[in-house]
Design a protein around this ligand. Structure first.
Ligand SMILES: [Zn+2]
Length: 252
């Protein structure tokens, strides 16, 4: 693999539908595989593309179920499955993510995430590199602490919005990026949810203001069709716009 590749593992929100898990993406370059968000159903989809033995790291934007609910299942894979690794899988997420997952899988015996994962937290631990990838998280505007991600590798750059309303922090992170993967979780510009999710117009404007070369839309608001999202995102952005669909792989 000479060029970094983005594969969509799922883009449904806020619940999975047949053939489309919730939010999850895979960024690959050479032997490095970075799983980004573990939404419901993405663990299964992930294994079409990389084995759990070879996965390099998992990055979690925020601990809403449609972005991290497959983590307990991933814990089961490493704790009780026949998956052996040479090193623990680095997992970086918002503060307290490991306690949240631990509380879910525990009944009478504590399950310490540190036994199978290398537990890392945004703004606490530095995880600047995953293999050859340089990565940076950025706090954005959501109803829970939520991070956007930038990956620079192989002379290309990628930004994933996580869940966020339109904000300077996302625009700044996406400056000059080759591919911006942006959520469009808000349909109505007058909806109060626009504080925590982007409309298609917001995604397009963010891409335009940041000078992003390509825009991909994901996490469509309930009731928002793909055609509408594409059309509306083009209001302020004249670059190529695509839709995140499960199984899609594109060069970054
Ligand atoms: Zn969310």
């Amino acid at each position: 693999m000479n060029e970094p590749l983005l594969t969509v593992l799922g883009s449904a929100a806020p619940f999975p539908i047949p053939g489309n898990p919730c939010s999850g993406y895979l960024v690959r370059y050479g032997k490095t595989s970075l799983w980004v968000d573990a939404g419901t159903g993405t663990l299964s989809e992930l294994q079409r593309h990389v084995s759990l033995r070879d996965l390099s790291a998992l990055w979690i934007s925020h601990v809403h179920a449609d972005h991290f609910a497959d983590l307990p299942a991933l814990y089961y894979a490493y704790a009780f499955g026949d998956v052996s690794r040479e090193t623990k899988l680095p997992v970086i997420g918002p503060r307290g993510w490991a306690q949240r997952v631990s509380a879910f899988v525990t009944n009478d015996v504590a399950h310490d995430m540190g036994t199978v994962f290398h537990v890392l937290e945004h703004d606490v631990d530095e995880l600047a590199n995953v293999g050859e990838m340089r990565i940076r998280g950025q706090l954005v505007a959501h109803s829970a602490p939520s991070y956007a991600l930038r990956v620079d590798v192989g002379g290309r750059s990628f930004v994933y919005s996580g869940d966020t309303g339109p904000c300077e922090a996302l625009t700044e992170l996406a400056t000059g990026v080759d591919l911006l993967l942006c959520e469009v979780g808000c349909q109505d510009p007058l909806d109060v949810r626009r504080k925590v999710h982007c409309t298609p117009e917001d995604a397009g404007k963010t891409a335009a203001d940041a000078g992003a070369r390509n825009l991909m839309l994901t996490h469509l608001a309930p009731g928002l069709t793909g055609d509408d999202a594409l059309h509306r995102a083009a209001t302020d952005y004249d670059g190529p716009i695509s839709l995140a669909t499960t199984g899609l792989s594109v060069t970054i």
